[in-house]
Design a protein around this ligand. Structure first.
Ligand SMILES: N[C@@H](CCC(=O)N[C@@H](CS)C(=O)NCC(=O)O)C(=O)O
Length: 212
């Protein structure tokens, strides 16, 4: 059976849980207490060299890290990742966008929800905020033109973007100001097998610590 190395408040891990839910694939979970340093132990670094979640162990023992690589692997041969090369590359385009631009929302949200925002330099917070707003503005423009980010069909690019974008309010970014993004969030929520699940950082008493 597949093993997902997970940390419940992680939206990067939620992306993988969401796809597994759409696919109806059974899996077992191993929790990694990232704020207690469990990700930095040699046995976990052998699974993911960065020490982060998520990571996935296959039935045959092979391991894969990076949320979007895991999505790409699991979605291969399914309706969530087109086989046609250009359409597949479009999905990769938006997976890269997610890692480069939406990460600002993820960082701000982490700091805001774990009491770390006040400890961060104002210039860094302003840079993250500008980056997060820019990501939302780009998505707003693009989603005015088509129902899903990479085309007419729901794909892993939508799953990856949904994970942090739909929680932008928790990063202090006003989702209500982005009508197209808000409508797309509802289209994602309406997909068969959608996983309606959220775990706040408050479930982890260690989440106020800095990551090791
Ligand atoms: N680019 C990675 C980012 C993963 C990531 O930053 N995971 C966070 C939780 S959301 C984590 O495990 N952080 C602990 C650490 O970096 O040591 C991915 O998409 O999987």
């Amino acid at each position: 059976m597949l093993t997902l190395f997970d940390y419940l408040p992680s939206q990067n891990a939620y992306k993988v849980r969401l796809l597994l839910s759409h696919l109806g694939l059974p899996y077992r979970t191993e929790m990694v207490s990232i704020f207690e340093g469990a990700g930095q132990r040699p046995e976990y670094l052998a699974i993911n060299p960065t020490g982060a979640v998520p990571a996935l162990r296959l039935d045959d023992g092979r391991v894969l890290a990076e949320s979007n690589a895991i999505l790409t692997y699991l979605a291969s041969g399914t309706p969530y990742l087109p086989a046609e090369p250009f359409a597949a590359a479009k999905v990769q385009q938006w997976l890269s966008f997610e890692q480069d631009y939406v990460l600002h929302i993820a960082a701000l949200r982490h700091w805001a929800m774990t009491g770390k925002l006040a400890r961060r330099p104002a210039a860094l917070v302003a840079m993250r905020r500008a980056g997060g707003l820019r990501a939302l503005q780009i998505l707003e423009r693009e989603l005015a033109a088509r129902p899903f980010i990479a085309g007419q069909d729901y794909s892993i690019a939508d799953m990856a973007l949904f994970a942090y974008t739909h929680r932008a309010d928790e990063a202090g970014l006003p989702l209500h100001a982005f009508a197209q993004v808000s409508a797309w969030i509802e289209r994602v929520r309406a997909q068969p097998g959608f996983l309606d699940q959220h775990h706040p950082y408050a479930v982890d008493p260690h989440s106020g610590r800095e990551l090791p």
